[in-house]
Structures are given as structure tokens and as C-alpha cells.
Design a protein around this ligand. Structure first.
Ligand SMILES: [Zn+2]
Length: 182
């Protein structure tokens, strides 16, 4: 069977993303290869960019197929409001900001030796932990929802993909990824 790379320079991961998003009528997107981890940069009413890890994408494997389907599924879940990309970003930034503020505040407070310093610190520590906990919980929820959808999406376009990889291998990778990370 002719492979994507030989045929028209398109990698199978890119073909997976294209098939999955086209099938769901998601039109405004582009796929890029980069050296970092694969990710989906979702933009409401603007072009969504899906970045695939170059090394991983060039190896035609069950892993590279499910990763591509996963990133496409992020775009679909964000568009449909199943999970919220902005909420993830917001809590991530908040968590980091509070940590930074906490460190600065503790340095300043210890310098002035104010009698209520402990109260301020307790408040900051409590808010840091609750927002960070929420961030991780939501992040895992988003990843799980996405990984579950990835298998369904790739299954629905499987007939259109030209690959020697068996669907069962993809299914196994998906299961392992769900168990390992979440
Ligand atoms: Zn993800």
C-alpha cells in the first residue's frame, strides 16, 4: 500500500486531522510540524493550529495516529464547549501568578515583621492550593474527554486512511494512554 509520505508529502497524522475535522465540518484550521509536544491551539472564529511533534509524526505508528486524532478532538471539544480551553489557560496562569505573589509577599512580610503576616500567608497558600487543584482536575477531565473522543473520531474515518497499521493497535494505544496518563 502506498504511504502518505511517498505519495504527496502529507503525513498520516495530517491526513487523520484533515479527515476528522472535515467530517465534523470544522473548516478553519491548519496543521504544522514542530519540535515540541503535539498540541492544539484553538481559536474561536479564527484559524485553529494543530501542531504535531515532527519526530513522532514522521513515524507512521499507532501512537502517531491516535495523537493526531487526539489533537483534532481537542479542537472539536473546544468548539462544542464540551471542555473550555480558556478556562484551562486562565486557571493555569492564575495558579502561577498566585505562587509568584505568595513568594513576593512572604519576602516583604518577613522583612517588615508585621503581626498579621501569617494570616495573609495562610490566605495565599489556601487560594494557591485550591486553584491549582482545580486546574489539575480540569486538565485531566479535558484530556480524558479528548482521548475518549479521539478513538471514536478515528474509527469513523478509518476507511479513508491508507495505512498498514491495524485498528486494534490504535485501540490498544488509546487504552494504554488513558490508563497511563489519567
Ligand atoms: Zn491533549
Amino acid at each position: 500500500m502506498q504511504k502518505y509520505e511517498e505519495k504527496d508529502q502529507k503525513l498520516i497524522g495530517e491526513a487523520v486531522i484533515e479527515e476528522v475535522l472535515n467530517k465534523n465540518n470544522f473548516k478553519d484550521f491548519k496543521t504544522k510540524l514542530h519540535n515540541k509536544n503535539s498540541k492544539c491551539c484553538y481559536r474561536t472564529n479564527k484559524t485553529t493550529t494543530i501542531k504535531l511533534n515532527k519526530k513522532e509524526a514522521k513515524e507512521e505508528s499507532a501512537e502517531s495516529l491516535i495523537v493526531a486524532a487526539h489533537e483534532a478532538s481537542h479542537a472539536l471539544n473546544y468548539r462544542e464547549g464540551i471542555t473550555n480551553a480558556k478556562l484551562i489557560k486562565f486557571t493555569e496562569i492564575s495558579s502561577r501568578s498566585i505562587l509568584l505573589f505568595m513568594l513576593t509577599a512572604s519576602a516583604i512580610l518577613s522583612f517588615y515583621n508585621w503581626q498579621y503576616s501569617w494570616l495573609v500567608l495562610i490566605l495565599l497558600i489556601t487560594s494557591f492550593f485550591s486553584i491549582t487543584k482545580f486546574y489539575f482536575k480540569y486538565y485531566i477531565y479535558d484530556e480524558t474527554k479528548t482521548e475518549e473522543r479521539a478513538l471514536e473520531e478515528i474509527r469513523s474515518v478509518w476507511g479513508k486512511l491508507q495505512t498498514d497499521i491495524k485498528f486494534e493497535e490504535v485501540e490498544e494505544r488509546n487504552k494504554a494512554r488513558l490508563e497511563k496518563t489519567y
